[in-house]
Design a protein around this ligand. Structure first.
Ligand SMILES: C[S@@+](CC[C@H](N)C(=O)[O-])C[C@H]1O[C@@H](n2cnc3c(N)ncnc32)[C@H](O)[C@@H]1O
Length: 263
Protein backbone atom coordinates (compact mmCIF):
# COMPACT_ATOMS: atom_id res chain seq x y z
CA UNK A 1 0.00 0.00 0.00
CA UNK A 2 2.68 2.54 0.97
CA UNK A 3 4.51 2.06 -2.39
CA UNK A 4 1.33 3.14 -4.15
CA UNK A 5 0.71 6.20 -1.94
CA UNK A 6 4.41 7.22 -2.05
CA UNK A 7 3.84 8.00 -5.75
CA UNK A 8 1.90 11.04 -4.49
CA UNK A 9 -1.09 10.53 -6.80
CA UNK A 10 -3.68 10.65 -4.02
CA UNK A 11 -3.55 14.45 -3.65
CA UNK A 12 -5.30 14.99 -7.00
CA UNK A 13 -7.36 11.81 -7.20
CA UNK A 14 -10.74 13.36 -6.40
CA UNK A 15 -10.18 16.31 -8.76
CA UNK A 16 -8.37 14.94 -11.80
CA UNK A 17 -11.17 12.86 -13.34
CA UNK A 18 -14.94 12.88 -13.65
CA UNK A 19 -15.02 9.58 -11.72
CA UNK A 20 -13.12 11.26 -8.86
CA UNK A 21 -15.46 14.25 -8.91
CA UNK A 22 -18.49 11.93 -8.82
CA UNK A 23 -17.05 10.14 -5.77
CA UNK A 24 -16.28 13.48 -4.07
CA UNK A 25 -19.66 15.11 -4.77
CA UNK A 26 -21.67 12.07 -3.73
CA UNK A 27 -19.58 11.39 -0.61
CA UNK A 28 -20.02 15.00 0.55
CA UNK A 29 -23.76 14.75 -0.09
CA UNK A 30 -24.13 11.47 1.86
CA UNK A 31 -22.03 12.71 4.79
CA UNK A 32 -23.52 16.19 4.92
CA UNK A 33 -27.13 15.07 5.18
CA UNK A 34 -26.48 13.40 8.58
CA UNK A 35 -23.55 15.43 9.93
CA UNK A 36 -24.16 17.44 13.13
CA UNK A 37 -24.25 21.18 12.47
CA UNK A 38 -21.02 23.18 12.65
CA UNK A 39 -19.23 23.98 14.86
CA UNK A 40 -18.64 20.37 15.88
CA UNK A 41 -15.52 18.19 15.99
CA UNK A 42 -15.12 15.66 13.19
CA UNK A 43 -12.38 13.01 13.07
CA UNK A 44 -11.19 12.24 9.53
CA UNK A 45 -9.37 8.92 9.96
CA UNK A 46 -7.42 7.71 6.93
CA UNK A 47 -8.12 11.17 5.58
CA UNK A 48 -5.35 11.05 2.95
CA UNK A 49 -4.12 14.45 1.70
CA UNK A 50 -7.19 16.00 3.31
CA UNK A 51 -9.72 16.90 0.64
CA UNK A 52 -12.59 16.16 3.06
CA UNK A 53 -10.78 17.70 6.05
CA UNK A 54 -10.34 20.97 4.11
CA UNK A 55 -14.00 20.89 3.01
CA UNK A 56 -15.15 20.40 6.62
CA UNK A 57 -12.85 23.12 7.99
CA UNK A 58 -14.21 25.48 5.33
CA UNK A 59 -17.74 24.72 6.62
CA UNK A 60 -16.71 25.73 10.16
CA UNK A 61 -15.93 22.32 11.69
CA UNK A 62 -12.91 21.51 13.85
CA UNK A 63 -11.17 18.53 12.23
CA UNK A 64 -8.93 15.89 13.77
CA UNK A 65 -7.16 14.31 10.79
CA UNK A 66 -5.12 11.12 11.01
CA UNK A 67 -3.41 9.08 8.29
CA UNK A 68 -0.80 6.34 8.12
CA UNK A 69 1.19 8.12 5.39
CA UNK A 70 3.51 10.98 6.51
CA UNK A 71 3.35 12.28 2.91
CA UNK A 72 -0.42 12.82 3.20
CA UNK A 73 -0.14 14.53 6.59
CA UNK A 74 2.55 16.81 5.11
CA UNK A 75 0.42 17.63 2.06
CA UNK A 76 -2.59 18.52 4.20
CA UNK A 77 -0.53 20.56 6.67
CA UNK A 78 0.93 22.58 3.79
CA UNK A 79 -2.50 23.09 2.17
CA UNK A 80 -4.27 24.00 5.42
CA UNK A 81 -1.80 26.63 6.64
CA UNK A 82 -0.82 27.51 10.23
CA UNK A 83 -4.15 28.98 11.42
CA UNK A 84 -6.29 26.12 10.30
CA UNK A 85 -8.94 24.35 12.40
CA UNK A 86 -7.39 21.04 11.32
CA UNK A 87 -5.10 19.06 13.61
CA UNK A 88 -3.26 16.50 11.47
CA UNK A 89 -0.96 13.70 12.62
CA UNK A 90 0.34 10.33 11.49
CA UNK A 91 -1.57 7.50 13.18
CA UNK A 92 -2.97 4.05 12.51
CA UNK A 93 -6.76 3.75 12.44
CA UNK A 94 -6.39 0.66 14.67
CA UNK A 95 -4.60 2.59 17.46
CA UNK A 96 -5.64 6.21 17.58
CA UNK A 97 -4.14 8.90 19.82
CA UNK A 98 -7.58 10.45 20.28
CA UNK A 99 -9.45 10.63 23.61
CA UNK A 100 -12.53 8.45 24.25
CA UNK A 101 -15.88 10.02 23.21
CA UNK A 102 -14.15 13.27 22.20
CA UNK A 103 -15.51 13.79 18.67
CA UNK A 104 -19.02 14.33 17.31
CA UNK A 105 -18.62 12.21 14.16
CA UNK A 106 -15.98 10.12 12.38
CA UNK A 107 -15.14 9.77 8.69
CA UNK A 108 -13.42 6.46 7.95
CA UNK A 109 -13.00 6.85 4.19
CA UNK A 110 -9.97 4.72 3.46
CA UNK A 111 -8.74 2.34 6.17
CA UNK A 112 -11.33 -0.36 5.37
CA UNK A 113 -10.02 -0.37 1.76
CA UNK A 114 -6.61 -1.45 2.94
CA UNK A 115 -7.02 -3.68 5.99
CA UNK A 116 -7.11 -7.17 4.48
CA UNK A 117 -7.71 -9.05 7.74
CA UNK A 118 -11.14 -8.90 9.32
CA UNK A 119 -9.77 -8.48 12.90
CA UNK A 120 -7.91 -5.38 11.70
CA UNK A 121 -11.04 -3.91 10.09
CA UNK A 122 -13.04 -4.59 13.26
CA UNK A 123 -10.28 -2.97 15.32
CA UNK A 124 -10.45 0.19 13.13
CA UNK A 125 -14.24 0.28 13.51
CA UNK A 126 -13.94 -0.22 17.29
CA UNK A 127 -11.44 2.63 17.51
CA UNK A 128 -13.89 4.88 15.62
CA UNK A 129 -16.59 3.74 18.08
CA UNK A 130 -14.33 4.53 21.05
CA UNK A 131 -13.51 8.12 19.99
CA UNK A 132 -17.01 9.20 18.94
CA UNK A 133 -19.46 10.41 21.59
CA UNK A 134 -22.41 8.07 22.43
CA UNK A 135 -25.07 8.62 19.75
CA UNK A 136 -22.42 10.00 17.35
CA UNK A 137 -22.14 8.83 13.73
CA UNK A 138 -19.38 7.04 11.85
CA UNK A 139 -19.29 7.22 8.05
CA UNK A 140 -17.24 4.29 6.76
CA UNK A 141 -16.48 3.74 3.08
CA UNK A 142 -15.58 0.43 1.44
CA UNK A 143 -14.68 -0.66 -2.09
CA UNK A 144 -17.29 -2.88 -3.69
CA UNK A 145 -16.33 -6.52 -4.32
CA UNK A 146 -17.11 -6.10 -8.04
CA UNK A 147 -15.16 -2.84 -8.55
CA UNK A 148 -12.12 -4.63 -10.00
CA UNK A 149 -14.22 -6.14 -12.80
CA UNK A 150 -16.43 -3.10 -13.41
CA UNK A 151 -13.73 -0.44 -13.13
CA UNK A 152 -10.50 -2.32 -13.88
CA UNK A 153 -11.72 -4.58 -16.68
CA UNK A 154 -14.78 -2.93 -18.21
CA UNK A 155 -13.91 0.76 -17.85
CA UNK A 156 -10.12 0.90 -17.79
CA UNK A 157 -9.38 -2.25 -19.89
CA UNK A 158 -6.43 -3.02 -17.59
CA UNK A 159 -6.20 -6.51 -19.13
CA UNK A 160 -4.55 -4.89 -22.20
CA UNK A 161 -1.55 -3.90 -20.07
CA UNK A 162 -1.90 -6.72 -17.51
CA UNK A 163 -3.20 -9.87 -19.25
CA UNK A 164 -3.27 -11.65 -15.86
CA UNK A 165 -6.05 -9.21 -14.78
CA UNK A 166 -8.75 -11.58 -16.04
CA UNK A 167 -7.56 -14.30 -13.66
CA UNK A 168 -6.82 -11.88 -10.82
CA UNK A 169 -10.36 -10.52 -10.88
CA UNK A 170 -11.80 -14.01 -10.35
CA UNK A 171 -9.63 -14.41 -7.25
CA UNK A 172 -10.64 -10.93 -5.98
CA UNK A 173 -14.29 -11.90 -6.23
CA UNK A 174 -13.62 -15.15 -4.28
CA UNK A 175 -11.42 -13.68 -1.53
CA UNK A 176 -12.15 -9.94 -1.44
CA UNK A 177 -8.41 -9.25 -1.57
CA UNK A 178 -7.39 -6.76 -4.26
CA UNK A 179 -3.99 -8.11 -5.31
CA UNK A 180 -1.33 -5.68 -6.57
CA UNK A 181 -0.88 -5.88 -10.37
CA UNK A 182 2.66 -4.48 -10.10
CA UNK A 183 4.86 -3.50 -7.11
CA UNK A 184 3.43 0.05 -6.78
CA UNK A 185 -0.18 -0.60 -7.77
CA UNK A 186 -3.27 -0.02 -5.65
CA UNK A 187 -4.04 -3.02 -3.47
CA UNK A 188 -6.37 -3.69 -0.59
CA UNK A 189 -9.70 -5.20 0.29
CA UNK A 190 -13.20 -5.18 -1.20
CA UNK A 191 -16.60 -5.79 0.44
CA UNK A 192 -20.01 -7.22 -0.34
CA UNK A 193 -22.66 -4.81 1.01
CA UNK A 194 -23.94 -7.29 3.59
CA UNK A 195 -20.42 -8.13 4.74
CA UNK A 196 -19.83 -4.44 5.48
CA UNK A 197 -23.07 -4.34 7.46
CA UNK A 198 -22.06 -7.46 9.47
CA UNK A 199 -18.60 -6.03 10.28
CA UNK A 200 -20.12 -2.79 11.55
CA UNK A 201 -22.53 -4.76 13.78
CA UNK A 202 -19.67 -6.97 15.01
CA UNK A 203 -17.81 -3.82 16.10
CA UNK A 204 -20.69 -2.93 18.43
CA UNK A 205 -22.24 -0.25 16.24
CA UNK A 206 -25.80 0.26 14.98
CA UNK A 207 -26.38 0.51 11.23
CA UNK A 208 -28.19 3.72 10.29
CA UNK A 209 -27.84 3.55 6.51
CA UNK A 210 -25.98 1.72 3.75
CA UNK A 211 -25.74 3.19 0.26
CA UNK A 212 -23.89 2.83 -3.00
CA UNK A 213 -21.89 6.04 -3.55
CA UNK A 214 -21.53 6.45 -7.33
CA UNK A 215 -23.86 3.83 -8.79
CA UNK A 216 -23.45 2.74 -12.42
CA UNK A 217 -22.80 6.27 -13.77
CA UNK A 218 -19.06 5.94 -13.22
CA UNK A 219 -19.02 3.64 -16.27
CA UNK A 220 -20.34 6.31 -18.66
CA UNK A 221 -17.84 6.99 -21.45
CA UNK A 222 -18.93 10.63 -21.65
CA UNK A 223 -18.90 11.30 -17.89
CA UNK A 224 -16.39 14.19 -18.29
CA UNK A 225 -18.68 15.94 -20.82
CA UNK A 226 -21.62 15.56 -18.45
CA UNK A 227 -19.57 16.99 -15.60
CA UNK A 228 -18.92 20.11 -17.70
CA UNK A 229 -22.67 20.68 -18.14
CA UNK A 230 -24.42 21.57 -14.85
CA UNK A 231 -27.83 20.18 -15.89
CA UNK A 232 -26.35 16.91 -17.16
CA UNK A 233 -24.24 16.54 -13.96
CA UNK A 234 -27.39 17.00 -11.87
CA UNK A 235 -29.00 14.10 -13.74
CA UNK A 236 -25.97 11.91 -12.97
CA UNK A 237 -26.15 12.80 -9.25
CA UNK A 238 -29.96 12.40 -9.19
CA UNK A 239 -29.67 8.89 -10.68
CA UNK A 240 -27.03 7.86 -8.14
CA UNK A 241 -29.23 9.17 -5.31
CA UNK A 242 -32.42 7.53 -6.63
CA UNK A 243 -30.78 4.09 -6.80
CA UNK A 244 -28.42 4.33 -3.83
CA UNK A 245 -30.37 1.96 -1.52
CA UNK A 246 -31.75 -0.60 -4.01
CA UNK A 247 -30.37 -3.89 -2.64
CA UNK A 248 -30.08 -5.50 -6.10
CA UNK A 249 -27.91 -2.58 -7.35
CA UNK A 250 -25.91 -1.84 -4.24
CA UNK A 251 -22.64 -3.39 -5.47
CA UNK A 252 -22.80 -1.80 -8.96
CA UNK A 253 -20.41 1.06 -8.28
CA UNK A 254 -16.88 1.41 -6.93
CA UNK A 255 -17.74 2.50 -3.37
CA UNK A 256 -20.17 1.68 -0.58
CA UNK A 257 -20.85 3.98 2.36
CA UNK A 258 -22.22 2.78 5.66
CA UNK A 259 -23.47 5.20 8.30
CA UNK A 260 -23.18 3.70 11.78
CA UNK A 261 -24.07 4.99 15.22
CA UNK A 262 -22.36 4.45 18.57
CA UNK A 263 -25.17 3.22 20.87
C1 LIG B 1 -7.88 5.99 -0.98
S1 LIG B 1 -7.18 6.96 0.29
C2 LIG B 1 -8.58 7.91 0.80
C3 LIG B 1 -8.22 9.24 1.38
C4 LIG B 1 -9.44 10.12 1.75
N1 LIG B 1 -10.12 9.61 2.92
C5 LIG B 1 -10.39 10.20 0.61
O1 LIG B 1 -11.45 9.57 0.67
O2 LIG B 1 -10.07 10.88 -0.37
C6 LIG B 1 -6.98 5.85 1.66
C7 LIG B 1 -6.21 6.47 2.81
O3 LIG B 1 -6.29 5.61 3.94
C8 LIG B 1 -5.03 5.64 4.59
N2 LIG B 1 -4.91 4.42 5.40
C9 LIG B 1 -4.89 3.15 5.01
N3 LIG B 1 -4.81 2.32 6.06
C10 LIG B 1 -4.78 3.11 7.16
C11 LIG B 1 -4.69 2.85 8.56
N4 LIG B 1 -4.59 1.59 9.03
N5 LIG B 1 -4.69 3.89 9.40
C12 LIG B 1 -4.75 5.16 8.93
N6 LIG B 1 -4.83 5.46 7.62
C13 LIG B 1 -4.85 4.45 6.75
C14 LIG B 1 -4.03 5.71 3.45
O4 LIG B 1 -2.77 6.17 3.88
C15 LIG B 1 -4.74 6.67 2.50
O5 LIG B 1 -4.38 8.00 2.76
Amino acid sequence: MSEYYELGKEADRLADSAQGQLEFDRTKEIVFRSLPAAPATIADIGGGPGRYALWLAHLGYRVIHRDLMPLHVGQLTAAAGPDSAIESRVADARRLDVTDASVDAVLLLGPLYHLEREPDRLQALREARRIVRPGGLIFAAAISLWAARLDGILRLRLYEQYPEMTEVVGRVERTGVLEPLHPASFCGYTHRPDQLRQEVLAAGLEVVDLVCVEGASFLLGDLADRMADAAAWRVVLDAARALERIPELMGVGPHLMITARRP
